[in-house]
Design a protein. Sequence first.
Length: 183
Amino acid sequence: MPLPSSGSISLNQMHIEVGGTSGTQVSLNDSDIRALISKASGAQMSFSEWYGASSAWTSTMTVGARTIVKSLQAGFNSGLGMGSLSDDTIDILTGAPEITTIVWTDTGNVIFEIRGTFSATAFTSFSTQETGGTLYTFTTASRSNFVTGTFSDGSGTYSRWNWTGNTTNVFGLSGTRTITVNP
């Protein structure tokens, strides 16, 4: 939930917005707090700069669809040139990871895939939400792969989450959907 757009803002509210525990130690110079307003370490800041700031990442997906080896996929897959995202970089996280795939397949899977430079724990409390009301938490994924290291194409770290048993196409075959990643 975004910070208030007017009035007073507390450092504790900022901490909760970035996924911190209420009442625990935090400072304005913490990297996750600064990331809310894209400030460098030690930069001059004012509390008013945080009005309306949110740690959520939102993008508009233009849905694409194609059949691959007798399996229908719908959503976004950059490697296949299927669909698109208005913003494919989650810049609220260190390393600006790039989303490469958000698809539903007719085998009953929803797949969320990211490449970038981020830690294995960066997404332990995040969720992805399709505005049609379907919510997927990373902790409830039926399968999660996390591989560290540098790939031959230099894309860095790779992570994929699968949710199985989704027999209804959550994206449709065309149109647009809003995708949100929340802490």
